[in-house]
Ligand binder design. Structure first.
Ligand code: CO
Length: 458
């Protein structure tokens, strides 16, 4: 028996339309999604939190509570970047624990936790708090191909995660570079090594996705991530319905109600048209990009790059930036290209091409990374680059969060009256500027438009 995690509300939304799907679009189909037989609905975390505050004027916590209320029967799942939570830097442990606790209190059942560098020290605290809060901790291995990554390395990481208490292991292939055969071998090796369920997360970017999922299921994968067909393909996941029809012929038992899926999909089809018409959905992200197999550019990174270059009127440099990316990747010791590393590597590659010379401009994030503030890089960092940026300073060896002062009280004090509840304090702790802006708008709306209800949280 294989089960499905539906990604339309989170990863498909993030990968195809830059996470701009508002709650009002989701709302009418939540009850149907809840009845469609999914193992879980991935609906929160990743970039949704930031996007709610920054672009959609939505309270992400309120969105979660509303989804929970509309979906009482299906497990709700979120993606969490370990010590980075839903932000782009490491947070102190007290903020990490409070955030995880509140996520579960507000409705999350499964937290998929990963660290961009596969540095297990960076997932320990969120894993521990997830378990203490009574939720399912799914630990994800960021799959990447490089001269230093190997099957043995991934299997060992999975075993370490299981030993730490992971309730399932997810292979997270952000870039869609997991090939059918490599996927088959990896799942076989994982199934021989760990007792907990194995989940496969991939993207269709390179066109391999369907074949890879098929082979992974054949190898014994327990759960696959898919997106309803109108929001599938390209930088998103393989389609739910397509996988259902294919797997059925192999005698797989599945709980998916494919007729109900059609009904939900018809709804999203109309919304997709709206996205095309508004230019929110760029057809480029739906095409098959085999260059990815060469450059290993994940979906989100590819669409960001297109957006960034278009904005600067430099789309003609696209191929050059793509070619520069693997060089930057190598110089940085082959970090898996997942948030925030994918953005950092992408921006650096673009800057190397656009601003006349490699590393003439280096972001403060790259500097922090080289200082060890994101964890231990998988490989060696280019010595010359390290020397140029750090001089004689030596990088941090311990878990970076151990060097951070507790931050929750400070965030609470700073947020002051603007924060109406503990969730607000956490929004502020993660994204101070965006949260403040949002609180002001909310205050304004409360006075002028709506009557606002602050949910009880205890
Ligand atoms: Co993904």
């Amino acid at each position: 028996m294989v089960q499905f995690t539906e990604t339309v509300l989170r990863d498909a939304n993030q990968s195809l339309i830059a996470t701009r799907m508002p709650f009002r679009v989701m709302e009418p189909v939540l009850a149907d999604l809840d009845r469609a037989g999914y193992y879980s609905l991935e609906c929160w975390g990743g970039a949704t939190f930031d996007s709610c505050l920054r672009y959609l004027d939505e309270d992400p916590w309120e969105r979660l509570r509303k989804i929970r209320a509309a979906c009482p029967n299906t497990k709700l799942q979120m993606l969490l970047r370990g010590q980075n939570l839903l932000g782009y830097r490491h947070y102190p442990d007290d903020i990490v624990r409070a955030f995880v606790r509140k996520s579960v209190e507000n409705g999350i059942d499964i937290i998929r936790i990963f660290d961009a560098l596969n540095d297990i020290r960076n997932i320990e605290v969120s894993l521990d708090e997830t378990k203490k809060s009574g939720a399912h901790a799914s630990c994800a291995i960021c799959y990447t191909i490089s001269p230093i990554h190997s099957l043995e390395m991934f299997v060992k990481l999975a075993k370490d995660m299981e030993n730490l208490g992971a309730d399932s292991i997810c292979v997270k292939d952000m870039a869609g570079i997991l090939t059918p055969q490599a996927g088959y071998q990896l799942v076989r090796a994982l199934k021989e090594t760990v007792r907990v369920p194995v989940v496969i997360h991939t993207h269709s970017s390179t066109g391999l996705g369907y074949m890879t999922l098929l082979k992974c299921v054949e190898a014994g994968a327990d759960v696959i991530d898919t997106a309803l067909s109108s929001f599938s393909g390209g930088t998103s996941q393989p389609a739910t319905e397509t996988m259902y029809y294919a797997l059925k012929e192999f005698g797989q038992e599945m709980n998916i109600d494919v007729l109900l899926c059609k009904k939900i999909n018809d709804y999203f089809k109309k919304y997709r048209k709206e996205c095309f018409d508004k230019g929110l959905l760029n057809p480029v992200v739906l095409t098959t990009q085999t260059d990815t197999l060469l450059y290993q550019i994940p979906g989100g990174m590819l669409s960001n790059l297109v957006a960034q270059l278009t904005e600067q009127n430099k789309l003609d440099k696209f191929d050059e930036v793509l070619a520069e990316t693997p060089r930057v990747h190598k110089d940085l010791g082959y970090p898996p290209l997942v948030t925030p590393m994918s953005q950092m590597v992408g921006v650096q590659a673009a800057s190397n091409v656009l601003y006349g010379g490699r590393y003439r401009i280096v972001s403060k994030e790259i500097r922090s990374y080289i200082r060890g503030e994101y964890g231990k890089p998988p490989g060696e960092i280019n010595q010359k680059l390290k020397k140029a940026l750090l001089g004689d300073e030596s990088p941090v060896e311990c878990r970076f969060a151990d060097t951070l002062e507790p931050g929750l009280e400070k965030a609470r004090a700073e947020a002051g009256d603007m924060a109406l509840c503990e969730e607000d304090v956490l929004s502020y702790a993660l994204f101070p500027a965006q949260a403040e802006e949002f609180f002001k708008k909310r205050e304004f709306m409360k006075k002028h438009t709506y009557t606002y209800r602050i949910a009880e949280t205890d």
